[in-house]
Design a protein around this ligand. Structure first.
Ligand SMILES: Nc1ncnc2c1ncn2[C@@H]1O[C@H](COP(=O)(O)OP(=O)(O)OP(=O)(O)O)[C@@H](O)[C@H]1O
Ligand SMILES: [Mg+2]
Length: 490
């Protein structure tokens, strides 16, 4: 029969435990923060790379535009001085349909543009929207090819525009390469003697410069920035995640620790209240019990005279009150433990004394008693009476666990340096792991006449000696209780 005293004082409120588990809340916030910041940084990386490359594009365009205009103006001067003037002097007028004139102009244009990264040069007529000259022979003679830019240049305004196609995707293998061309239009003027270019507009020069390679470099830079940002972000995410996970584990462990502490505290409070109640009740029972016992003893003597043969009735009262008295004393011991007085004593002597006391019982229960005592053990600080009480309880428990008899072994030995061990070993019924977890709980017992306080008191006493008590057991094979005393080192 298992008997654990009912839970008079209530269990720990579940609300408190729920509060504790919410301890990991702040770190969950950190988790959300990690992912949000990752997303923000990712977007920022894209915006940054877009900004940087856009800026680079703008700078490239501005420079190219300025360069093209300058180059076109130089071309204007060269063509005027080296072609227009000599041709007019030689032929009287300019007629590019004349092969010789065309060849001469072509020669000059090609010389000037050579190695300058210019794709093509085209010269439009000023009176008619017709191409008078072009480095692309097919275009010569084509009409209405000049658009708004041509019109603007005719009015004396330099201008240019960009034709481009492609994006980051063009970096992928198999996709056509990036395409980017800058078309610049400037008026083709006659050179005034003063050298200033405010002469008559004779036509429009169109200059095409290929910027594909430079643009490709910028797009590649954009791609590199994105890839690098992604790599850094991923690394950051991995580091942050590992920190968050570690933090989560620590918080969880702390929550469990706190929960256990709280449970222990509740248990201690519960036991303290229980102890007070037990002490009060036991105290009240003790005195009347003493009177019942002594009255029964007197009664026993008188009965032998009045009604001989009935003395055993009085003896039953005496025996049972003695047993009750023992239980009440145990209750009181547990509720109001006596002060511990430590003085150097021999553990072996206590074992001898307990063995002597229990010898008749051991014999009656067919228990073989063996002792393996280390005779060189030093004296250690002990409260002899209390340790004796612990020893007796353990021996009685061992005997009770061997109803069919068995072997009880008590061993004393030097344990780890500075520690002394006392082991009580039986070959009794043993315990299940679940039972082992309960046996030190006050009032836990599976005996009809047990109080369930023996091991609880034993643990209190061992605690006061700054020692510890452990148990190892297997069902059907017996149990091994070990008390470890700190020895003289403490
Ligand atoms: N040597 C042992 N072998 C098997 N079970 C044991 C042994 N010692 C203790 N136990 C188990 O532990 C329980 C608690 O023991 P404890 O000494 O605290 O109380 P008890 O012996 O039941 O009662 P009391 O000691 O107050 O008479 C026992 O009821 C028993 O189930
Ligand atoms: Mg016991």
């Amino acid at each position: 029969m298992k008997r654990i005293l009912p839970d008079f004082f209530g269990r720990a409120k579940p609300k408190k435990i729920a509060d504790v588990s919410s301890g990991s809340q702040p770190f969950r916030l950190v988790k959300y923060f990690t992912f949000t910041s990752f997303a923000v940084i990712l977007v920022a990386a894209f915006v940054l790379s877009w900004g940087v490359s856009n800026n680079a594009k703008k700078v490239l365009l501005d420079r190219s535009e300025a360069y093209s205009e300058l180059f076109a103006e130089n071309l204007n001067r060269q063509v005027f001085l080296r072609f227009v003037l000599p041709t007019v002097i030689q032929y009287g007028h300019i007629a590019l349909s004349n092969e010789e004139q065309f060849e001469r102009l072509d020669q000059i244009v090609r010389n000037v543009t050579k190695g300058m990264g210019i794709d093509s040069v085209t010269i439009f007529d000023s009176e008619e929207n017709i191409i008078s000259y072009s480095t692309i022979p097919d275009l010569v003679g084509k009409k209405d090819r000049g658009g708004i830019e041509y019109q603007k240049a005719l009015k004396g305004e330099n201008n240019s525009f960009l034709i481009s196609s492609g994006s980051l995707l063009n970096l992928l293998p198999g996709v056509p390469p990036f395409y980017c061309k800058l078309r610049t239009y400037i008026p083709f003027r006659s050179e005034e003697k003063s050298g200033e270019e405010e002469g008559t507009i004779m036509g429009v020069i169109e200059l095409v410069k290929d910027l594909s390679v430079d643009m490709q470099a910028i797009i590649e830079l954009q791609g590199r920035i994105i890839v690098l940002s992604l790599l850094i972000m991923s690394l950051l995410l991995v580091v942050l995640s590992s920190i968050v996970m570690r933090g989560d584990r620590i918080i969880e462990a702390r929550a469990v620790e706190r929960r256990q502490l709280e449970e222990k505290l509740n248990e201690a409070e519960r036991l303290a209240s229980l102890g007070k109640m037990v002490a009060a009740v036991s105290h009240e029972i003790k005195n009347p019990l003493g009177i019942v016992k002594s009255t029964a003893e007197v009664l026993g003597k008188r009965i032998s005279k009045v009604a001989p043969g009935n003395e055993h009735l009085a003896q039953i009262i005496v025996d049972e009150t003695a047993r009750l008295d023992g239980i009440v004393r145990e209750f009181l011991d547990f509720a109001r433990p006596r002060d511990t007085r430590l003085e150097p004593a021999s553990l072996n002597d206590l074992v001898e004394r307990a063995a002597q006391f229990m010898a008749p019982e051991l014999e009656a229960r067919a228990v073989i008693f063996r002792k393996e005592l280390d005779l060189n053990l030093p004296l250690i600080p002990l409260d002899k009476e209390q340790v004796y009480q612990v020893l007796l309880n353990m021996i009685i428990n061992a005997i009770q666990s061997m109803p069919e008899g068995g072997t009880l072994t008590i061993i004393s030995r030097q344990g780890f340096p500075g520690e002394i061990e006392l082991e009580v070993h039986d070959t009794g019924v043993g315990m299940s792991p679940e039972k082992m977890e309960q046996i030190f709980t006050p009032f836990y017992t599976d005996k009809h006449r047990g109080s369930g306080l023996g091991l609880a008191i034993a643990r209190n006493i061992v605690d006061k000696h700054h020692g510890r008590i452990t148990v190892a057991s297997k069902e059907g094979q017996g149990s091994r209780f070990t008390i470890i005393f700190p020895g003289t080192g403490e």
